[in-house]
Design a protein around this ligand. Structure first.
Ligand SMILES: Nc1nc2c(ncn2[C@@H]2O[C@H](COP(=O)(O)OP(=O)(O)O)[C@@H](O)[C@H]2O)c(=O)[nH]1
Ligand SMILES: Nc1ncnc2c1ncn2[C@@H]1O[C@H](COP(=O)(O)OP(=O)(O)O)[C@@H](O)[C@H]1O
Length: 206
């Protein structure tokens, strides 16, 4: 089978449910690989190095940039976040669909480098629910929550650049809907050039 994996970006406001959605996709379906980002953010209670993120010092992160180890990186509310290159390349080559859970600046850089990337933006049903989820998660102090909500206002300006807006209201529905969008993407003609070329060749013999 000549299928190569699709690169999928999932972005969304802090507290929208990106992480929850990605965990749901990974546990329910087998063809996804999750790209674990590097970050200078401190781990939250329960987060483990190499599971949610690779937690780095600022110096380690700068070395990764200098040694060209990242596909993209960006700053978000005082910390650096970046996508390690090697894992993404190897998983795509092996035919897995690779999920990057990254913010909008990084998303646009990835799209520029790999125009076939599918850009998905996750939103809660409304802003009140967003605040409730962010506060309810209980991982950030009041000031950080305010910074993240202000950042959400900026991010909302860029949503039109995404391919799909995914409303995360009922989680199960959201997981299935996202999976269906990704599966539909595999059928795009532009992703199936080799199949089309094969049929063109075969037609010549009639
Ligand atoms: N550009 C970029 N953004 C990332 C990367 N990893 C995570 N992010 C984004 O950084 C932002 C902050 O992530 P995090 O601190 O885990 O907060 P959360 O979104 O509230 O869970 C989110 O928008 C993530 O999608 C990355 O490798 N590159
Ligand atoms: N569809 C949903 N319905 C109710 N709560 C949700 C839903 N999706 C996520 N949550 C909750 O909202 C909070 C924020 O979700 P999280 O995945 O951490 O968001 P993000 O990764 O976008 O910052 C978490 O406490 C999570 O359990």
């Amino acid at each position: 089978m000549d299928r190569k994996g699709i690169l999928i970006v999932i972005s969304g406001f802090s507290g929208a449910g990106k992480g929850t959605l990605v965990k749901g996709l990974m546990s329910r379906y087998t063809n996804y690989a999750f790209s674990i980002s590097a970050t200078t953010r401190k781990p939250r209670a329960g987060e483990e190095n190499g599971v949610e993120y690779f937690f780095k010092t600022r110096e380690e992160f700068m070395n990764m940039i200098d040694n060209n180890k990242l596909i993209e990186y960006a700053q978000y509310v005082g910390n650096f976040y970046g996508t390690p290159k090697e894992y993404v390349d190897s998983q795509l080559d092996s035919g897995k669909d690779v999920i990057l859970e990254i913010e909008i600046q990084g998303a646009l850089k990835v799209k520029e480098k790999f125009p076939d990337t599918l850009l998905l933006f996750v939103t809660p049903p409304n802003a009140t629910v967003l605040k409730q989820r962010l506060v309810g998660r209980g991982t950030e102090d009041f000031e950080t929550i305010q910074c993240r909500l202000r950042r959400a206002t900026q991010e909302a300006e860029g949503i039109e650049q995404y391919d799909y807006l995914i409303v995360n209201d009922d989680l199960d529905e959201c997981i299935v809907h996202t999976h269906n969008i990704i599966q539909g993407e595999h059928s795009r003609a532009s992703r199936n050039i080799s199949k089309i070329e094969q049929i063109r060749e075969e037609l010549k013999s009639f």
